[in-house]
Design a protein around this ligand. Structure first.
Ligand code: OAD
Ligand code: ZN
Length: 255
């Protein structure tokens, strides 16, 4: 099947679905200028991923905060791209139940998606690792800028960490539960811009498939789930998703 036929095929699947959910990763935000992790210009090609473990954060919080000070602006000022807007539009049309995202950039919300499950946390808040006290991330960034160490909790002196999930850390419980529920109750999962290398997010398409849902993948590079997917579209999400949403609109108008 060529790309255009695959896009039509997927649009038909969306029209026929009664509960479609999207699972997104860093690839949906590269067209907003935020690098992904494992793509050709991915972060893990420049930075050792071991620095993103919770153990490393506890040992060298200042290293992580230095990285945050350098990269926070890029993420906080980024604007949604056509892929985010296409998914938001699909939700407004009643053809997408939720977006489960591994991204912490908040761009799905900024694009207008309402039912967003943030599996790996967010860049809005920071949390004390000792007492759980939460402050806005911007406040923590100001504290980090002033000190050479790491922001410390006003309540207990504990280490403050951005509310993003690091390696070897548990995922936020409610978000994980919701993501699993959405995956087990959907009849179509639209996977976009993720390498599907990181668990438990990578197991969500398996949950969906086990319950009989169809799985579609839109990604520039191959993923381990490609052979089990019903359709694989190897394209830029910012091009493919708006084109597919246009086809869905057209089909709904005709119906
Ligand atoms: P990855 O960087 O692993 O995968 C992004 C995928 O998107 C790659 O396969 C790219 O080829 C593809 N891609 C990039 N730009 C694209 C575009 N414009 N159109 C289509 N495809 C594109 O990112 P994730 O799968 O999100 O976790 O990574 C999962 C987790 O690993 C992240 O949430 C992060 C990371 O370590 C934590 O930090 C806990
Ligand atoms: Zn505290």
């Amino acid at each position: 099947m060529d790309l255009a036929s695959k896009a039509r095929f997927l649009a038909e699947m969306i029209v026929a679905s009664s509960k479609a959910v999207a699972l997104t990763g860093a690839g949906v935000s590269t067209e907003s200028g935020i690098p992904d992790f494992r793509g050709p210009n991915g972060l893990w090609k420049r930075i050792d991923p071991r620095l993103a473990t919770i153990q490393s954060f506890k040992l060298f919080p200042e290293v992580f905060w230095l990285f945050m000070l350098k990269s926070a602006d890029l993420i906080l000022k980024a604007k949604p791209n056509r892929a985010h807007y296409a998914l938001a539009e699909l939700e407004r049309m009643g053809k997408l139940s939720s977006v489960i995202t591994q991204n912490v950039d908040g761009l799905h919300f900024k694009a207008g998606s309402r039912n967003v499950v943030e599996l790996h946390g967010n860049m809005r808040e920071a949390v004390c690792l000792s007492c759980g006290y939460v402050i806005p991330l911007k406040e923590a960034l100001k504290m980090a800028k002033r000190s050479y160490f790491s922001p410390l909790c006003k309540k207990c002196g504990g280490l403050i960490k951005p509310k993003v999930v690091l390696f070897d850390e548990l995922l936020p419980c409610k978000a994980l539960e919701k993501a699993i529920w959405e995956s087990r109750t959907c009849d179509l999962m639209l996977v976009a811009g993720t390498s599907l290398q990181v668990y438990p997010a990578a197991s969500l398409p398996e949950y969906a498939k086990l319950r009989g849902a169809k799985v579609a993948i839109i990604n520039e590079e191959p993923t381990p789930f490609d052979e089990n997917a019903d359709v694989v579209i190897r394209a830029k999400v910012g091009e493919a998703l708006p084109a597919i949403v246009d086809l869905v609109k057209e089909a709904l108008r005709r119906a």
